[in-house]
Write a protein that binds this ligand. Structure first.
Ligand code: GLC
Ligand code: CA
Length: 556
């Protein structure tokens, strides 16, 4: 299969739903499945093809559903299996596919497999997880959890440690055990037989650990990164096995969340021969505002020249070899308009510019709930308003160790917290933004009176209607999906410009990433082109300058 071979998952736009924060149908303050069903028409209007549903499985919610205690049951707070089936049916009637979150690097510590595994060294489930003896009375190695502290928890009962790259309520599964793999594969088939359309695979790059679990380089809290096991020795074998055992029997969209993935590794994970996954999420562009040691708690800004270099490396590097996914936002990332645009004066214009920049690249675009409204970061002024264990744990760990003062740490959390993406979806200007009549599990962003779906849907010039336009353009212009990407003006600190080429057609995409007027001379070959889309009302090909955050796409 070549990059140009037409496949539905290349031509689709995926919309991510974080159910807890999307829409609350029974007013208990927590978004739920029936709440999603109520909003399918809204999504159909936006024009998306696929929903990626963050986890809806039974979970004690230590990490909002990314800690699963039963893969074949629905979280009580979210509804019932019957609700799920109704949602799936209605989604399919609306021509929307549903992709599930597959969280199988780890389970919850309340999963039956783990409660058994913990019981004794000879329990049949012992080898479902990664147990090790301590070293000199300490942890088996220096790995840290993604959510602060060590990646090991001591268990008094059997006097051994278990590995948890995430919270201690998320023990890592042992993928080297064929029984574990078969359990996962059977569970996947069970969901696919129910009619779901694929999987987004949570930190799938971390499932294969080197048998000797070697130490890594310590970071600011003294522990090595949770990413240490990325792209381990058997990860490709296990995904190939998953492909032949499960995926080949169905028509699916698969995307691997691959923390620590390199371009070379992505060529294997997302190869066009379809031997593993369809595409991966890489993190090089979203890590550009972390410091040299990979610490995200800083106020460093993303540098445009570096951003272009990274995204272009992925565009060109995978060309004809593997397929890209395109994203600015998800439930783990701050809001893009606050991060790379201007969430005040130029909020709408910059949100549209960022959308243009991303949606015209080669790959499958992902839109995260509220991104299509230009929703912004939240800056709580008290740590007690945050709900995300990542932010909360880092706050206490790094202030207790004296790495940062409380004020400094809160400022970094304001900028980077995952809760920026998790405040309730802003539906209208009624109480709690129309998300719930009860008290929401996390505070609503007070700007909902101005920024909300009801207002946006009804106004032609809104961010919502601009996203709708981009999604529609993609349907009618195969060049947006399949065209070859080439970067222009690599050194410009202000402009991101690139072309797409397919057969005898060519597109020029120009985006001003600043709040200033910037000089821009239209390349000769485009001066007589048509404007395909522009984020300002009146576009002028001959202006020789770009307005603040202007984006314009020209076709010839
Ligand atoms: C992924 C998820 C994140 C979660 C973690 C552990 O990175 O996107 O939300 O906390 O995995 O499952
Ligand atoms: Ca609810």
């Amino acid at each position: 299969m070549s990059n140009l071979e037409r496949v539905w998952w290349k031509e689709s736009v995926v919309y991510q739903i974080y159910p807890r924060s999307f829409n609350d149908s029974n007013n208990d303050g927590i978004g739920d499945i029936n709440g999603i069903t109520e909003k399918l028409e809204y999504l159909q209007n936006l024009g998306i093809d696929v929903i990626w549903l963050s986890p809806i499985y039974q979970s004690p919610n230590d990490d909002n559903g990314y800690d699963i205690s039963d893969y074949q049951a629905i979280m009580n707070e979210f509804g019932t299996m019957d609700d799920f089936e109704k949602m799936l049916k209605k989604a399919h009637e609306c021509n929307i596919k549903i992709v599930m979150d597959l969280v199988v690097n780890h389970t919850s510590d309340e999963h039956y497999w783990f409660t058994e595994s913990k019981k004794s060294k000879d329990n049949p489930y012992r080898d479902y997880y990664i147990w090790r003896d301590g070293k000199n009375g300490k942890e088996p190695n220096n790995w840290g959890s993604c959510f602060s502290g060590p990646a090991w928890e001591y268990d008094k009962e059997t006097e051994m440690y278990y590995l948890h790259l995430f919270s201690k309520k998320q023990p890592d599964l042992n993928w080297d055990n064929p029984k574990v793999r078969n359990e996962v594969f059977d569970m996947m088939k069970w969901w696919l037989d129910k009619g779901v359309d694929g999987f987004r695979m949570d930190v799938i790059s971390l499932i294969s650990k080197k048998p000797d679990l070697p130490d890594g380089k310590p970071g600011i809290n003294g522990y090595a990164s949770f990413n240490e096991p990325a792209n381990g020795p058997h990860v490709h074998d296990y995904l190939r096995e998953m492909r032949t055992e499960v995926l080949n029997k169905y028509d699916t969209l698969t995307v691997g969340e691959c923390s620590g993935v390199t371009l070379e590794e992505a060529k294997k994970y997302a190869a066009t021969d379809n031997s593993e996954l369809n595409m991966v999420f890489q993190f090089e562009h979203t890590d550009l505002d972390s410091d040299e040691n990979g610490n995200k708690w800083t106020d460093k800004k993303i540098d445009l020249v570096e951003l272009k270099a990274v995204l272009s490396k992925w565009q060109k590097g995978l060309e004809g070899i593997a397929w890209n996914s395109l994203y600015w936002c998800n439930h783990d990332q701050p809001r893009i308009v606050s991060r790379l645009g201007d969430d005040k004066e130029y909020r709408e214009i910059s949100a549209k510019m960022l959308a243009t920049c991303l949606h015209f690249m080669q790959g499958t675009p992902y839109v995260y709930q509220g991104e299509e409204l230009g929703m912004t970061n939240i800056a709580f002024d008290d740590i007690s308003d945050y709900r995300d264990l990542d932010s909360i744990n880092a706050y206490y760990e790094l202030t207790n160790k004296g790495v940062f003062s409380k004020e400094e740490m809160l400022r970094y959390i304001n900028i980077k917290s995952r809760d920026n993406a998790r405040t309730p979806m802003q539906w209208d200007d009624s109480v709690n933004a129309g998300f719930s009549k009860g008290e929401p599990w996390i505070k609503v962003n007070p700007n909902y009176k101005e920024i909300n779906a009801k207002e946006q849907v009804s106004r032609e010039s809104s961010v919502f209607n601009y996203y709708k336009k981009l999604i529609k353009l993609r349907k009618n212009n195969p060049i947006m999906v399949y065209g070859i990407y080439d970067l222009l003006l690599a050194d410009s600190k202000e402009i991101y410009a690139y072309t797409r080429t397919l057969d005898n057609k060519k597109l020029l995409v120009v985006c001003n990433f600043t709040n200033k007027f910037v000089k821009f001379d239209m390349p000769k070959e485009f001066v007589n082109g048509n404007v395909l889309v522009c984020n300002y009302e009146n576009s002028d090909i001959h202006a020789n300058e770009l307005r603040p955050y202007e984006s314009i796409v020209i076709e010839i």
